[in-house]
Design a protein around this ligand. Structure first.
Ligand SMILES: NC(=O)c1ccc[n+]([C@@H]2O[C@H](COP(=O)([O-])OP(=O)(O)OC[C@H]3O[C@@H](n4cnc5c(N)ncnc54)[C@H](OP(=O)(O)O)[C@@H]3O)[C@@H](O)[C@H]2O)c1
Length: 327
């Protein structure tokens, strides 16, 4: 068979073909939100980072199921626009905006305080907000920006809302992690911007996604018997604004490949919705769910319970939850 000369060695051709088929197949899993008839009337859900991408698609789905949905966003303008879009698309008027910047512990505390004052119940918490490709910087709390945005902010938020979720049980917490967690490393000193010289900047993101997963499993262990379940999941490769902090070439390649092979935001939201509402995921806790909505083992670096316990304690200390700082 004659192969296009640009592809060079035939091995490349078949590797590219195989990759294309795998990527195309991962666009859709066997479970789809459309097939799930669960109604959420009377339930309240919070989705962080819900003004765009996966978070907005998740919020749309929950609103369609008649939940009261709070879109927790850092920009009032972008958040309000999304609230209006969700209301209009679903006809659900119980959709509202809460201001939350996960990179600021005081913003997280203020959002949690308002929620505890205003909400009688909280059935679903989706920790979706996150960013990749951020340059290294330290926040006013003395924490590394990527680590607080993606991990410590959601960690603190979840802990501050736990009592309300226990009172609303059965309730579900979902952490949007990533397949890239396998490339991450856990070093609690990274949270405070220390020892980072050994970590490439691109691994800050994978390390935070690993921390999401590890702390989700530790939280699940701590919540056994409370009726509050905790899952983490991988949405797959999803065409969203996720590449916004990368250069134009990277963004172009991502969107070009994405057009053919990657998931849309709606498709990428499926595994989060599976964890948050499906009957199949009822009572499921301490599990990692893949982009096709099946439970899989996380990478080996996410499975050590002693590491999880130490990381949990470091996160409590960094966020002031141990009562020693920042409360
Ligand atoms: N796309 C993928 O292929 C992929 C793969 C694996 C995992 N994920 C994860 O999926 C989640 C959603 O990402 P996405 O792909 O939907 O990306 P996206 O389109 O960039 O959306 C990210 C959302 O997070 C919000 N956010 C970022 N920093 C925040 C902060 N400090 N405080 C509050 N909100 C903040 C953004 O708000 P603004 O618009 O105001 O910035 C936006 O609403 C992330 O956790 C990401 O790590 C994505």
């Amino acid at each position: 068979m004659e192969l296009p000369s640009a592809l060079g060695h035939p091995g490349w051709f078949f590797t590219a073909l195989l990759l294309a088929v795998i990527l195309r197949l991962q666009r859709k899993g066997s479970w789809t939100p459309r097939k799930c008839r669960v109604d959420l009337t009377g339930k309240t859900a919070i989705v962080t980072g819900a003004n765009t991408g996966i978070g907005k698609s998740v919020a749309m789905d929950l609103a369609r199921r008649n939940a009261r949905v709070i879109l927790a966003c850092r920009s009032r303008e972008r958040g309000q626009k999304a609230v209006e879009e969700v209301r209009e698309a679903t006809g659900n008027q119980k959709v509202s905006l809460g201001i939350l910047d996960t990179s600021s512990l005081s913003s997280v505390r203020a959002f949690a305080q308002r929620t505890l004052l205003e909400e009688k119940r909280l059935d679903i918490l989706i920790n979706n907000a996150g960013a990749s490709g951020l340059p290294h910087s330290m926040t006013a709390d003395g924490l590394e920006n990527t680590f607080v945005t993606n991990h410590l902010g959601p960690f603190l938020l979840t802990n501050l809302l736990l009592d309300l979720m226990k009172r609303s049980a059965p309730s579900r917490i979902v952490f949007v992690s990533s397949f890239i967690h396998s490339k991450g490393v856990i070093n609690p000193r990274h949270l405070k911007g220390e020892d980072l010289q050994s970590l490439h900047i691109s691994d800050y993101y994978s390390s935070t996604k690993l921390m999401n997963l590890v702390c989700a499993n530790e939280l699940a262990r701590r919540l056994q018997g409370t009726g509050v379940t905790v899952t983490s999941q991988n949405p797959g490769v999803v065409v969203t604004e996720a590449m916004r902090n990368y250069n134009i070439v990277m963004r172009f390649i991502f969107h070009l490949l994405g057009f053919f092979f990657f998931k849309s935001a709606e498709e990428g939201a499926a595994s989060t919705i599976f964890c948050a509402v499906s009957e199949e995921a009822e009572g499921m806790t301490g599990k990692y769910v893949d982009s096709d909505c099946t439970v899989v083992l996380p990478a080996e670096n996410a499975r050590d319970p002693d590491v999880a316990k130490k990381l949990w304690e470091a996160c409590e200390s960094a966020t002031g939850l141990d009562g020693r700082e920042g409360q």
